[in-house]
Write a protein that binds this ligand. Structure first.
Ligand SMILES: [Zn+2]
Length: 462
């Protein structure tokens, strides 16, 4: 135990205390930043003390939900997981999470760490964490990234995974050709997942689809099945590259719109029929990713089944609240593929829904909102009961909807968040749902508004 590590932990803790008591914010990253300035090896020194090691979850969409499901599975398997808070997925956030659970001697109050890591940050922290399991969910164009940038991220993953010890496991989504390609060259163990149910497929690739070209020969992939975005079953007619067969799969999927879904999971240790409250096909992927990771940790399928059935959605990701006898459903939107998945899910209900879209353009949302033009809002035409748009960029959002063919008379622009929520609620009948689709900071604002209205409790943590 080095004096330097003790000093780093002490100062990190003081920084946490100061930022809390002075109300400075930044509590999820500043302590880690301070401690790493004193002991640059902090993450490595703490992570190596975890008896069950570290699981890293990375990818564009689904990191938070996948890690939360896995943490819930681990808890039911009598393990104590350490988890970084949503949004704190850069190196300083990882350091803060470990620091919060360490005593002054550097002992950790946890059995394993389940850390969500930003896809571009992975190579920077990989070496220090030396994960036992690494989960690659998907690679989507996030807002304004170009296809070439996705390739850069994939290349960073490839380099990082090259250092992986042979007893580590890479969990990967074979329905995403970019991710599958990264996993193809992995030397360690591999646990793959994917969907095997053509009834839930789309007929064509969406506008937001990326990675349609073969990594080896550059020809466009031929898709026989598309689930969403560029996820599906594909092969290359040029060189014969094709989707790998998944180890953990979902079949006989029954999507019940926002109410969740039911499906059968086949894995290395048998089959189970599960029911989840998590909505949409994208959450089927998140559950498969968590189960594949749990298999890699040696957790029994019965435990996974109990965990899936009892899992409740995270704040902003399918969470539900009551206001004036209407049910508010929060669904965070942050990129074209995710937005499409959310729209498709809420349109699965029997009634035409009331939808509120809240678009901000602060740093955490992405300053440039032109990605909204890549979302297939056309699917809303004639299928919504009411539409309210709010947020700093409400006018542009309304314009986008108009170009999508939504009747302008049906679109209400209301910049004030509280009035926007009340107008949306007034459009719904008693007992009906109102879908709130905010970007990240708009979600925090709507949450604060609902808190002042007494709809939600004043304190929450993820
Ligand atoms: Zn090819």
């Amino acid at each position: 135990m080095s004096l330097r590590l003790t000093t780093a932990i002490t100062l990190g803790r003081l920084a946490a205390l100061a930022s809390r008591s002075l109300g400075l914010g930044g509590g999820t990253t500043i302590p880690g930043r301070v401690a790493r300035a004193v002991e640059p090896q902090l993450v490595r020194l703490l992570a190596q003390r975890l008896p069950f090691g570290t699981v890293v979850v990375t990818g564009t969409n689904g990191k938070t939900t996948t890690s939360r499901i896995l943490a819930h599975i681990a808890e039911l398997a009598a393990l104590v997981p350490i988890h970084n808070r949503a949004g704190a997925n850069l190196a300083s956030g990882v350091a803060t999470a470990l620091l919060e659970h360490a005593n002054y001697l550097g002992d950790l109050a946890g059995d394993l760490a389940i850390l969500e890591i930003d896809e571009a940050t992975l190579p920077k922290v990989f070496d220090a964490l030396m994960p036992r399991v690494i989960v690659l969910t998907n690679l989507f164009r996030d807002q304004l990234d170009r296809y070439g940038e996705l390739e850069v991220v994939a290349e960073g993953w490839r380099k990082a995974l090259n250092q992986l010890p042979s007893d580590a496991t890479v969990v990967l989504n074979v329905d995403d050709p970019l991710v599958a390609e990264v996993g193809r060259g992995v030397k360690g163990q591999r646990m793959t997942f994917g969907i095997e149910d053509e009834r839930v497929a789309l007929t064509v690739l969406e506008h937001a689809a990326d990675a349609r070209y073969c990594y080896h020969c550059g020809r466009p992939y031929q898709y026989t099945v598309v689930y969403f975005g560029h996820m599906g079953k594909y092969c290359c007619e040029g060189c014969g590259t094709r989707r790998l067969n998944p180890d953990v799969t979902a079949r006989e999927i029954v999507l019940r719109g926002i109410e969740g879904s039911q499906f059968t999971i086949d894995g290395p240790r048998g089959s189970m029929r599960v029911r989840t409250a998590l909505p949409g096909l994208y959450n089927v992927y998140n559950i498969l990713a968590a189960c594949a990771a749990a298999y890699s940790l040696g957790i029994a399928p019965e435990t996974m089944e109990r965990a899936i059935e009892s899992f409740t959605p995270a704040f902003g990701r399918g969470e539900r609240l009551q206001l004036n006898d209407r049910e508010l459903v929060f669904l965070l939107v942050k990129n074209p593929a995710g937005f499409n998945a959310v729209l498709r899910t809420l349109l699965q209900g029997e009634q035409a829904p009331v939808v509120l879209i809240a678009i901000n353009d602060l740093i955490a949302d992405g300053r440039d909102i032109s990605w909204l033009w890549d979302v297939d809002f056309e699917m809303l035409c004639g299928r919504v009961k009411g539409l309210v748009v709010t947020g700093r960029r409400a006018e542009e959002m309304a314009l986008r909807l108009k170009y999508a063919g939504v009747e302008p008379g049906r679109i209400v622009v209301e910049k004030d968040g509280k009035r926007a929520v009340l107008r949306a609620v007034a459009m719904a009948e008693e007992g009906e749902k109102v879908f709130l689709l905010p970007t990240y900071t708009a979600m925090l604002q709507l949450r604060a508004i609902l808190q002042r209205m007494g709809v939600v409790s004043g304190f929450w943590r993820q």
